[in-house]
Design a protein around this ligand. Structure first.
Ligand SMILES: Cc1cc2nc3c(=O)[nH]c(=O)nc-3n(C[C@H](O)[C@H](O)[C@H](O)COP(=O)(O)OP(=O)(O)OC[C@H]3O[C@@H](n4cnc5c(N)ncnc54)[C@H](O)[C@@H]3O)c2cc1C
Ligand code: SF4
Length: 371
């Protein structure tokens, strides 16, 4: 596992939006909720997708993308989130008035590539995201579930080890439970290893995309019709899918074009810009003690943070990362500068820029209120 490899991470960005009559809008009964996932051509070809779930009087709307894809496409996370927030379907749910309660972002590991196979060292055990246990494959999004399960298994392992007077065996017992309970196979499915070895290359992706977009491919999609929904939601197939644009972009786009219903209309609102989003957040800033140090300010080493940081953007001077032109030995060069004040502590620049990254001291920094 290489924690500095963008391909091993997802970046999630989320907005919580006020929708006081959420039950009516989603036709929900008491104690019911609704969740929807989005993928296709809405996100400029970046591999990942979007989600919407209902809360009591608000909606959580977010996007989750492979970090390497965000970097490769030079995409700006806030723009991709706005593309979802202003989709006509979202406009129907949100209504005419848009009030964003909170903007947030976080990195999560891609378990199929990085879940620790043996997440312990003697009595120290790694649980949840720290152990790489966030599973996101197709419609399967299970990070909290695995974190809770792994936490319970770790606790059981410690109780058993203690009752046998052999506390040193706790870590090994925990790792065995993860395997015996089938958690490890979900986190790192063997079928994905085979599929990725065969299918994660440009040639295979092109062939798959061309086949899907061909007349025959489209006929096949139409012939499958109703069965497609269960195939698409099948854990067996989801855990087999290669991490390429085919399952994220091409396949859902072709399915929508062949079987979907066109959603009309447009959003009458504009989500807040980054300056307003940052302005609405609450910070307990540790003045004089920035928690991130930029070690290399060259565009080659750290330029990706200017667009991949969820509170920065090219041409925006109020975010964490900015590009500026400096003169070095008579030559003009692009350099990167950093102001940690607006940071939402997502961790992205620890991976895509040359930094020394720590959490702010003593629980300081951004204070999220909506979870
Ligand atoms: C946008 C988005 C959507 C998601 N949707 C889903 C979903 O629908 N379903 C699902 O199951 N999962 C989902 N997940 C994944 C899920 O949120 C994580 O997998 C889960 O929260 C992991 O739990 P954890 O306890 O391991 O880590 P975390 O929830 O990250 O908890 C770690 C805690 O440790 C604290 N911490 C870190 N360093 C220190 C330190 N030095 N000292 C003290 N405290 C520290 C952090 O502040 C944090 O509170 C989503 C993630 C994102 C980003
Ligand atoms: S400065 Fe780094 S950690 Fe902070 S929000 Fe931007 S990318 Fe995330």
């Amino acid at each position: 596992m290489d924690w500095e490899e963008p391909a091993e991470w997802f970046q999630g960005v989320k907005a919580v939006v006020d929708v006081p009559d959420v039950d009516e809008r989603f036709d929900l009964g008491p104690d019911e909720g609704a969740a929807h996932l989005f993928s296709g051509d809405l996100f400029d070809g970046v591999r990942g997708g979007g989600f919407v779930y209902t809360n009591r009087d608000s909606l959580s709307v977010g996007t989750v993308f492979h970090l390497d894809s965000l970097v490769a496409e030079e995409a700006e996370p806030h723009e991709l989130l706005d593309a979802l927030l202003t989709h006509p379907l979202l406009a129907d749910w949100i209504g005419d008035e848009y009030r964003e309660r909170e903007y947030a972002a976080k990195l999560v590991p891609d378990s199929k590539k990085v879940a620790h196979r043996d997440p312990h060292e003697d009595r120290l055990v790694l649980v949840g995201d720290a152990g790489g246990q966030m599973q996101a494959q197709g419609p399967i999004i299970k990070g909290m579930n695995h974190a809770v399960t792994a936490g319970a298994l770790a606790a059981e392992a410690f109780v058993e080890a203690k009752s046998r007077g052999d506390t040193d065996s706790a870590g090994e017992r925990y790792a065995k439970k993860l395997r015996d309970e089938g958690v490890m196979e979900k986190l790192r499915p063997k079928r994905y290893e085979v599929a990725s070895a065969l299918g994660e290359n440009e040639r295979a992706t092109e062939l798959a995309d061309r086949a899907l977009e061909s007349r025959l491919g489209r006929l096949g999609v139409r012939a499958l019709d109703d069965r497609l929904e269960s195939l698409y939601s099948s854990p067996f197939l989801a855990m087999l899918a290669p991490d390429t644009r085919t399952p994220y972009v091409t396949m859902p786009t072709v399915i929508a074009e062949e079987l979907g219903t066109r959603v009309g209309g447009e959003a009458d609102y504009e989500p807040p810009d980054l300056a307003d989003r940052i302005g609405d957040l609450t910070y307990d800033t540790d003045v004089g003690n920035p928690h991130i140090e930029l070690l290399d300010n060259s565009a080659e080493a750290s330029g990706a943070a200017v667009h991949a940081c969820p509170v920065s953007a090219r041409g925006f001077g109020g975010g964490c990362y900015r590009e500026e032109t400096v003169t070095v030995n008579g030559h003009e060069e692009t350099a990167v500068s950093l102001d940690t004040q607006p940071c939402v502590e997502c961790g992205t620049c620890a991976i895509v820029a040359e930094t020394d990254w720590e959490h702010p001291r003593g629980g300081r920094g951004v204070e999220f209120r909506e979870g």
